[in-house]
Unconditional design. Sequence first.
Length: 691
Amino acid sequence: MKIKSSLYNKTSRIITAGIISITLSACGGGGSEAPATQQAETEQPLSELSVSVNPAIVTEVETIPAIDTSGIERRVAVIRDELGNISKFVENELIIMTNDTAALEGFIARWNGDLIKTIDIQSLGLTGGKDVHIVRVNTDSADETRLRDDLLTLDRDARGATEVSSDAAYKLLAAGARESINGLQVGMNWIGSGDGVSTRSTSDVGSGSYSNDAFEWNYMDAGSTQDIGVTEAWYLLDQVGLLNKSVDIAILDMGFAPAINGDIDPSYVAISNMPFIDAIGTENAIGCGSNPCAWHGTNVANAAMGLLDNSIGAAGPAGPVANPILVYTLYDYATGISAIAQAISSGADIINMSYSASIPGILSWTAEPFQFVTQLAHDNGRLLFASAGNSNANVDGESCFLGACWENTLVIPCESRGVICVGGLAANSKSRAIGSTGGSNFGSKGSVDIFAPYSVVVGNDPDNITSRIISGTSFSSPYAAGVAALIWAANPSLTGQQVEDIMMRTAHSSPDATVPRYVNAQGAVRTALGETEVNITSPVDGSVYVEGTAIEFAANASSTARSGAIFSWETERGVYIGTGSRFFSRNVPPGTQTIIVTAIFDDEFRETSRVTINVEGAVPTMTIDQPVDGTHYYLSEIIQLSGVSVSNARPENGFMLYDTEVAWRLNDIFYEYNHSTSVPASYFGVGGPYT
């Protein structure tokens, strides 16, 4: 197209050079194209990445016990990010994950290291296993000048002023980052703490505010506010002869005193993960932050599987069905990995970790060895549970800068791959536990998977010769693990993934937006016993569709005791699809989508099934009717702009994009939204070509 001057222009001349074409662009998803001034970031950004040494940062624990026969205690270092989050790690240890002996030996030689311990993951018979090695290193030769650049190489969005407590800690970061860049799978040995808070106590359960009948405890019974129904689950299992010891639960913790407690099955297996330390009768060596928790493991074991009907202490959900495995371990990553391996070696079906450590977001890569092991355990059929923490914090909390967002901290093992993270419900409530000095953590993006009671009754320990109520997600996690054991007891042929699926899909909903779901023991056991089954016949798992395609949704249900199923369909992200046993719908957004159908029976019992499909985004086509390519215009004329769109994703609009999704660009500058509009030729000026 060319623009000519108007006939009455005093400098009239015909411009013959050049052709312009006007471009019509489709905006995916209907998003608007605002001027740049409206797209400015509103976040308060962190400063540029920096790491410095600040010896004033201190921790309540300067050393932790040795994990080898040398008896050398391990010095604790501290790191603090710009937001004030503090994390602890062993100052001179790195965790290496490799089956390559030469690579390991090369690493040890480079850092004048000592191999403290090798965790023989391969010997466990887990598919895909790699051995994990803990190495004490001498980082005097670490190149400190490269640390900032190396951290940015590992995470280009890394930001924030970060401080460490010593030169040795700084050099450890530098050594780990350099080795990671060079291709070795390296982790730091982060140190966690228990997530239990003893908030109040009662006299013996039999004579205090709680009845000695667990069927009357509102966090165990059916029909109360939470309606978890552990007691009814026991009854159902007993009716079919399945209320017996059939599931092995490992508690990875410290402070086990089963004899004094009297509420842990005496046939327990005890393992010490530490040299020169007895698994039984040894207090907690690290603690629970600022709170005392000398016998934390005893309380955690009670919350999971306190014995039923023995007239002492307290009952845990898995009490009638669990075989206890008590693994004495510290809360650092090295011993945590070793404890997981020992639990698996001892036959554990379910593993509970009631502790947590927060890692600065810029160092999330240092958790890879731990995450690899938890994912490996999960993929090989084990269920792993971990506490969310008691800081009343969002474990998915983010910082953003120039449109890029990242998590401030990675909470491990809560957010570790393959782990079910458990938050805490307030007493006799469906909402998250929040107190004046803390409360259960939560996850705005789903990292806290499920909730369970925050406050439970536990029995005796050496410091408390009385039953009492104790609080913290340290006890929510084993409670949920105990519910998983009941599901497995109901149907021992289930895989770990199937047990997890039943727990999640039968869980209760909550009016609290920070509680995605909470445990429903009775509903889960009913489902595991096979009373109902829902089958999706269409779509088929793994199917691929183009956005806007009419997809068939069909399902059927069978039940030995129920009838009248109504089917409701939605995506896992909450997008409603429709209702019915068979229908067609185009209402599935693009991307990988998990489709969930819920069969609601006459008695309000619900059973679900799910498939995963992939919906590929439909690419719209565009054509320009006006102007015709190569047209000449006078400066005084009005140029009509008209385009036609076709989009399979917009059947409700006649398979056309909406006007707000179509943008005209003139000379690559945004002009207006609409399929049809106009522009004065004078907008361009005399000359050409124009696009």
